[in-house]
Design a protein around this ligand. Structure first.
Ligand SMILES: Cc1cc2nc3c(=O)[nH]c(=O)nc-3n(C[C@H](O)[C@H](O)[C@H](O)COP(=O)(O)OP(=O)(O)OC[C@H]3O[C@@H](n4cnc5c(N)ncnc54)[C@H](O)[C@@H]3O)c2cc1C
Length: 327
């Protein structure tokens, strides 16, 4: 069935004083106000469309901070944008205002292949960060399908529990940097996802950096189970990182996506395996406990019971896969 676009009416023009200050913050060449230039920033992969009154390209934290301050002062709505690949319409400026495009905050800041650490700005595409980690020879979140045209920040900030990178990044102990008019704060990624499409981002706060610290658990596995097509969102996603000594697990991190209203870190399941020999019964028990920590819903990818059963099967499978990588 053909779908009609959901187009929102343009808002009143922005004050010239606002536009002058905007140009002073990011530089004149990094501001767009011509509708022909602004329209490409007025839609995403949903049917929703709305013309931004201005688009600004930030390339530093300080610019992000000052743009938020400016919008607060002039009461101009601000919408952050990665690359607009979300299917929800959430990067579309339906009340007009400024679209703050983060696509130029795309630097890979630090790659430490010996310690498997990586930091990047959030406007980097998932594909660029995967390539940087791959070149250095270590694991990074292997999805999404949209990796070439989605940013790492947009993927996390949308707070969609179906998305893939969050689980792997939790398993890698990632931290995020949040920037607002007040400056910056850091947060562990396992504290970032609050509820369905809800994150720890406060109003006027943007994700500007992601840090994966030096790895303390070198064995890893990621399973994205998609019975329908590889492009689909996961029916269940499992990410695990593991450290073992003499056949005994001495540290493990387990995170899952598509199984609850948020991406889940399964702490009880981690505790069950930690300190135990990596035997089949212990690994199976971890899967059983993980299944009690998720709360899936029935949808077109399967029933809640089916997904819970998948957790029982896929968690042990991921741990066994990780065990193959223990050095
Ligand atoms: C064909 C297709 C296939 C896909 N497959 C997958 C898949 O396999 N796995 C998967 O996980 N996802 C998949 N997606 C979903 C989509 O790619 C993600 O939602 C995406 O990562 C969003 O990134 P973006 O940079 O495009 O963000 P945008 O769409 O630009 O923004 C998404 C949301 O985040 C906000 N935002 C963006 N950047 C920031 C920031 N730095 N700080 C604060 N807020 C911000 C925006 O305001 C908006 O609310 C797919 C999408 C498409 C179109």
């Amino acid at each position: 069935m053909a779908q009609t676009p959901d187009i929102h009416a343009p808002a009143a023009p922005l004050a010239s004083q606002f536009l002058e200050r905007l140009a002073r913050i990011v530089g004149e060449t990094d501001v767009r106000t011509d509708p022909a230039d602004c329209w490409p920033y007025g839609y995403d992969n949903s049917r929703r469309q709305a013309l931004p009154q201005a688009v600004a390209f930030a390339s530093a934290h300080e610019e992000v901070r000052d743009l938020v301050r400016l919008c607060n002062e002039f009461l101009v709505p601000l919408v952050a944008r990665g690359l607009g690949s979300s299917t929800t319409g959430s990067s579309v400026p339906v009340t007009g205002g400024l679209v703050l495009a983060l696509e130029r905050m795309n630097r890979i800041l630090h790659v430490d292949s010996a310690n498997r650490a990586l930091s990047c700005e959030t406007g980097a595409t998932n594909a660029a960060v995967q390539a940087a980690a791959g070149t250095a020879g270590f694991f990074w979140a292997p999805d999404p399908t949209s990796a070439a045209y989605s940013t790492v920040g947009g993927n996390l900030a949308c707070g969609d529990p179906l998305t893939d990178p969050g689980a792997s990044l939790i398993a890698l102990d990632a931290e995020v940097v949040l920037t607002s008019s007040q400056g910056q704060r850091k947060l562990r990624l396992d504290e970032f996802f609050i509820d369905y499409y809800q994150t720890a981002l406060e109003p006027g706060e943007l994700l500007t950096e992601i840090h994966v610290p030096p790895a303390t658990r070198h064995a890893w596995a990621h399973i994205k189970f998609t019975p329908r097509s590889v492009e689909d969102f996961a029916t269940v996603g499992v990410a695990v990182t593991l450290r073992a000594k003499d056949g005994t697990c001495d540290d493990v991190r387990l995170a899952l996506n598509s199984v609850a209203s948020t991406i889940v870190r399964a702490k009880q399941a981690e505790e069950v395996l930690c300190g135990k020999p990596l035997t089949d019964p212990a690994i199976r028990e971890m899967g059983e406990i993980a299944a009690t920590e998720v709360d899936p819903t029935d949808d077109n990818r399967g029933s809640a019971d089916y997904k819970r059963d998948l957790v029982k099967v896929l968690v042990p499978r991921a741990v066994q896969e990780a065990m193959q990588r223990i050095v």
